[in-house]
Ligand binder design. Structure first.
Ligand SMILES: *Cc1c(COP(=O)(O)O)cnc(C)c1O
Length: 415
């Protein structure tokens, strides 16, 4: 079976050793999955989900009980006061943008304490010129870089004591960088330190790729507002688009009034037939996230055995579903991404090539054989063609499909 799928003998013989080595790590993932499944099931029952909630609304979307119940369930799962979960958010970046524009006012200062934020936010903030940026409205931006992958607590506290900061942004997942992602423990620690000097500063978390990777979510350790995408972890591979914002009621309300209309807020927004998909995706999310984590762990162990540097290592504590593989040369990076594409269910016959992309300085190669365009809870892998030639791999709807694709991609490296 493996041979007919183009998997090399060397990989076939390595896999049993990998399976044995990662056994304990997979068991830990199962434990987290059980915990989060309980959380989700309990929330569905607490809010008495019934097939009336699979309703659809059009036009203004008044009185959409399915939509309102989904938001109550999200708030419950995140232990938050309120939630906004909408397909009118076209991406995670859009939800982050809405949250920032909702809270910040001219003269306010936004402070990032995880260094430069995700690429798509550069024009939103005004780091890169854009006439619709926060900067163009007179919102100031400052950033404090991480030091050795940890928060620069001293600098952060000094800055907070100097003059008023309105909002602190913390991006947990690494994005296109080589730093480690931020675990919930690290987040808890830095929030404690921040609260000792400033009780009021609004702490906003970019939670993309981190949901259900651990047993706690950011609100439980003191975050005020948390944002993420539904074509990542919480959509469970079923949600066709959308994003969420959860947290303090007043802040979620501001975000709703920014997304829709001041005075209408959460009351409007048609669900257009998506309620059932959002519920079903959320229901599957703990298990799909666990499949992604297992695929990442398997990848880390196998690729390390083949001599490549990986981050995180197979037995490291994980904060998100992203796996970095450092190939050291462009050819291996390209071969691996092409291998992932050829192991996908959709467009397996397509060969991705490094290409110029808007917003990137280097050529980028992207493998994505996904049911939903751009979905990265489905197995996907991409990397800019520049030293040290790192692939960023994430997702897989099931561990079995993930494992097969990784074995196929790795075979191209040993041939
Ligand atoms: C994916 C991601 C986003 C949002 O990306 P979209 O493609 O706009 O949904 C933001 N921040 C981080 C860290 C991400 O990984």
């Amino acid at each position: 079976m493996y041979e007919s799928f183009g998997i090399d003998e060397k990989i076939i013989s390595l896999v049993p050793r990998v399976d044995e080595e990662i056994k304990n790590e997979l068991a830990k993932v199962d434990d987290i999955c059980t915990f989060n499944s309980f959380k989700v099931l309990k929330a569905f029952q607490n809010h008495q989900v019934s097939d009336v909630h699979f309703n659809s609304t059009t036009g203004y979307g008044y009185n959409d009980i399915g939509r309102d119940t989904i938001e109550a369930i999200y708030a419950d799962i995140f232990r938050a006061e309120d939630a906004l979960v909408r397909s009118q958010f076209i991406s995670g970046s859009h939800a982050l943008t809405v949250a920032l524009f909702a809270i910040l006012r001219p003269g306010d200062t936004l402070l990032s304490i995880t260094g430069k934020p995700y690429d798509t936010l550069e024009e939103v903030i005004g780091i890169k010129d854009n006439s619709s940026s926060l900067k163009s409205f007179g919102v100031n931006y400052e950033q404090i870089d991480l030091v050795n992958d940890d928060f620069d607590s001293e600098k952060i506290c000094k800055r907070l004591e100097k003059s008023k900061i309105k909002l602190i942004e913390i991006q947990r997942s690494k994005g296109y960088s080589t730093r480690k992602s931020i675990t919930i423990e690290k987040l808890e620690q830095v929030i404690k330190e921040i609260r000792e000097v400033d009780k009021d500063v609004i702490i906003m978390i970019d939670n993309c790729y981190c949901e259900f990777v651990d047993k706690k979510e950011p609100v439980e350790v003191g975050a005020d507002i948390v944002v993420g995408s539904l074509i990542k972890n919480l959509g469970g591979g079923i949600a066709p688009n959308g994003a969420y914002i959860v947290g303090r009621k007043d802040l979620v309300n501001l975000a709703a009034e920014r997304l829709t209309v001041p005075g209408e807020g959460k009351e409007v927004g048609p669900s257009l037939g998506m309620n059932k998909s959002l519920l079903q995706g959320l229901f599957l999310a703990p298990s799909v996230v666990s499949s992604s984590l297992k695929t990442a762990i398997f990848t880390a162990c196998l690729l390390e055995k083949l001599g490549y540097k990986v981050e995180p290592k197979y037995n490291d504590n994980r904060a998100d579903i992203v796996q970095n593989i450092e190939f050291g040369n462009d050819q291996d990076l390209i071969k691996y991404c092409q291998g992932i594409q050829s192991g996908s269910p959709i467009d397996s016959f397509v060969v991705p090539l490094p290409w110029d992309m808007p917003g990137y300085t280097d050529k980028v190669i992207m493998a994505a054989g996904a049911f939903t365009q751009g979905s990265s809870i489905e197995l996907s892998c991409d990397g800019p063609i520049r030293p040290p030639f790192i692939a960023y791999q994430q997702g897989s709807l099931t561990y079995e499909y993930g494992k097969l694709a990784i074995m196929k991609a790795a075979s191209r490296l040993v041939k």
